[in-house]
Design a protein around this ligand. Sequence first.
Ligand SMILES: Cc1ncc(COP(=O)(O)O)c(C=O)c1O
Length: 448
Amino acid sequence: MNHEMCKKLVNEDDKVLSSCFRMPYYPLAVKRSYGSIVEDIDGNSFIDLFSSASSLNAGHCHPKVVEAIIEQSKKFTHYSPVYSYNEPLVELANKLCDITPGNYKKRVAFGLSGSDANDGMIKLARYYTGRSKIVSFIQAYHGSTYGSMSLSAISLNMRRKIGPMLPDIYHIPYPDCYRCKFGQKEDTCSLECLKQFETAMEYYIPAEEIAAVIIEPVAGDAGLVVPPKKYMEGLYEICKANGILFVSEEVQQGLGRTGKWFGIEHFGIEPDIVIIAKSLASGLPLSAIVGREEIMQSWQAPVHAFTTAGNPVCCSAAVATLKVIEEENLIEHTREMGEYVKERLNLIKDKYTLIGDVRGLGLSIGVDLVKDRVTKERNKEAASKICYRCWEKGLILAFFANNVLRIQPPLIIKKEELDTAIDIIEGAISDFLAGDIPDEILRIAKGW
Ligand SMILES: Cc1ncc(COP(=O)(O)O)c(C=O)c1O
């Protein structure tokens, strides 16, 4: 593959763009994309296992989504919902109330990104409960505004030099059964991680001052960690017993990604609030806070009002995206493909001790690369080099938590494309183990 034009563009970009946002894996400069395929400006084509960080569940440039964008753009591109009303906004809000879990009356507040929706959740939970404290999780990523950064605890780079963060936000350990922080195994586990929360409430976080707990149903940036059902049930019970709102953060895991509309449905829990963004409008800027009516009607304008939120083009794209997910049975397809991918990856795991764990729900699958299966030390070098080699072979693949390959393709991906993608990953693993991937790429492939 030739990457000359891409590299040239990266050099130009380097001279003009700020250092605040990019975490590169390789010089990918996109020219066009369709389905599960991305083409770069050198004319190379790639199978996409990343979906622009899980923001293209309905695939790249789905014709029905593109048509909805064009049709709405011809009518009017914007008139702020802060001062006016529009049809796509109401249609989308009704649809979101229908598909989110919970058999009760709901309402919706729109924004532009996962970050602002999480930020809004803090305001909403404080407003409704009259309490100030919010509980979140260690290694969570919830966004880049001050509020959502304060909810996050993923890296010191998101904390250094920018404090103080919002007050009264606490972080507890996420239930990680593969790397249990309490040294337990499945048969010895008595939910020590949940007890840690109970201990915190006993000594320094008064339960009656906690407004909300915000949790991802699968901890994405922590490395796609799937919590045990009994943990989620226990956490929910604590919330209900203490008047604490249970917030399911579905920015990355929602909209069919896990093989259900929303990840929290795997646990049979009806959250008070659901946070949605990324894939909602197939990558156009749109987020939504969906919650019980009495909560959503408790705060007063303009506490969460953005001029361009709920833009009609974005809302039309979102209505079309949700229709595609439904009409093309993408949720069922995701479940089937997810099982298939895990099966294939587990066969590869049998061959290479580099793979410590394969886990996930639906098409949200993590491959945990370790230096040693006993110590489970994270193998960042392997993750960086393997992702880079995959890119050289025509596959877009990223990693998080330093060592977990992130398999989150568009949900429309075909089985044959997944087979090709997994073959490329296996080839890259064997190249890595043979020492065939040069160290110099570690300067480029940084990830998070
Ligand atoms: C779980 C989760 N929450 C929130 C966000 C922030 O969303 P956005 O980048 O749209 O602000 C992200 C983005 O990566 C995410 O993965």
